[in-house]
Design a protein around this ligand. Structure first.
Ligand code: SIN
Ligand code: CO
Length: 416
């Protein structure tokens, strides 16, 4: 087994800005992102040896690479409140939710436990770099990067997930067994969702640098073959149609607040005497139909801003601390000229055409043209360099987002 303390950690590179979508990628086992999406995504599993070639190359030259995040750092992160952590112990199954103190976590030499840390891209630049490799898939679908660290034999039991996941082996070995079985019934009275009858169909031992892609509902069971085994899962999300529609409609309903003429009251001077007083009046139906058409409430384009805003909401645990010393608008404008503006690691940005949503809010409507342009660059590249925004006032959304800690101004580095 590799030693944690003697080998040097692997530093994942940041993905290039323009991903070559039709060239073969080692990460995808020598196929292109286009081919991957067509053949495997959301359809069938794919096991990739040497998805991160650095581990294999190190082995060939008799050196070993370790995970960029050592176990001690992971244990410390487990005690932090702004991230979701879980400890799962097997034999018998036990489940505890974080934050977890060091003394709550079994020693690395002890068997049969797994510590899961969600949203690690916000905690470590290496996790953020790994996530950047997967931007050939829309940001709206991306959930987060989860790191698991386990004692020998540790695992979360045979189960299935409702989401697509890339399981990247980063330290030690893990044996993955998978099954496309139809029977997904769960064992009753357990604190975890564990399949009652798991029948492995394929089994692989993953070494550092190997990766397993699983679409939703493929049953899987991963058992750590080495103590300190680390698996990094790039997880996706897909909300139910109910959630997408409800969240979009709520926001659409709220947006009606901004239309003052809707405060005018319903008027029916044309109402005639009626024999069916219990019926909703035709006059009211006709007028409401007219309003729906006038306000385009019957069109998808009116509904999508609410959905995009919703999908750009940060994780509920996210905490944004503003800068210690806030720059004035003039200082901020000057610093944009020479500094880099980056996203707080918990910030989510999504675009709908030319409109950009940051952490649930439309940040482009009503802003100046250079500000809008800056947000579009931030949404696509995740950073902004040497930006000429012109005069910045207190209402400028770049400035308010910087004040709120959503954006971070820092000295320019070499290009990412
Ligand atoms: C793990 O990393 O230990 C579990 C990940 C999973 O099965 O989804
Ligand atoms: Co799983």
């Amino acid at each position: 087994m590799t030693s944690f303390y003697l080998s040097k950690p692997y530093e994942p590179p940041q993905a290039p800005q323009n991903l070559p979508l039709d060239l073969p990628w080692a990460l995808l086992g020598g196929i292109s992102p286009n081919q991957f999406m067509k053949t495997y995504w959301h359809k069938k599993p794919l096991m990739i040896r040497g998805a991160i070639p650095a581990f294999h190359l190190a082995k060939q030259s008799n050196t070993s690479l370790e995970s960029p995040i050592p176990p001690e750092a992971l244990f410390k992160i487990a005690s932090e409140a702004d991230l979701e952590s879980r400890l799962i112990e097997a034999k018998p199954w036990r489940f505890s939710e974080g934050p977890l103190k060091k003394k709550d976590i079994p020693q690395i030499t002890k068997p049969d436990w797994t510590l899961l840390l969600q949203g690690m891209e916000a905690k470590h630049p290496a996790a953020a770099a790994v996530l950047s490799w997967f931007r050939f898939i829309p940001d709206a679908r991306l959930d987060d990067l989860m790191v698991s660290i386990a004692g020998l034999g540790g695992g979360v039991g045979p189960h299935f997930d409702s989401y697509d996941v890339f399981l990247i082996q980063m330290s030690g070995r893990r044996r993955w067994a998978i099954s496309q079985q139809k029977d997904l019934s769960l064992t009753p009275s357990l604190p975890l969702k564990i399949l009652q009858r798991f029948k492995a169909e394929q089994v692989w031992e993953l070494e550092p640098g190997d990766m397993l892609y699983l679409p939703p509902h493929v049953a899987h069971d991963g058992i750590a073959l080495d103590s300190g085994c680390q698996t990094w899962s790039v997880g996706f999300r897909s909300q139910s149609y109910k959630e997408l529609l409800q969240e979009g409609l709520w926001r659409l309903a709220e947006s009606l607040e901004e239309i003052p003429d809707l405060n005018a009251r319903f008027a029916d001077p044309k109402q005639t005497a009626t024999h069916s007083a219990e019926q909703l009046p035709q006059e009211m139906i006709a007028q409401l139909a007219k309003q729906l058409t006038r306000l385009k409430l019957d069109q998808i384009s009116t509904f999508l801003p609410g959905v995009t805003a919703y999908l750009s909401e940060p994780k509920s645990q996210a905490i944004f601390d503003g800068p210690e010393k806030i720059q004035t608008t003039e200082e901020f404008g000057r610093s944009l000229l020479k500094n880099q503006l980056t996203l707080h690691p918990q910030t989510r940005l999504l675009a709908l055409g030319k409109t950009v949503y940051c952490n649930g809010e439309d940040v482009t409507t009503g802003q100046t043209i250079p500000t809008k342009r800056a947000w579009r660059t931030l949404a696509s590249k995740k950073y902004l360099k040497n930006a000429k925004i012109g005069k910045i006032d207190e209402q400028n959304s770049l400035y308010t987002s910087y004040q709120g800690g959503w954006l971070i101004s820092k000295p320019s580095q070499r290009s990412l």
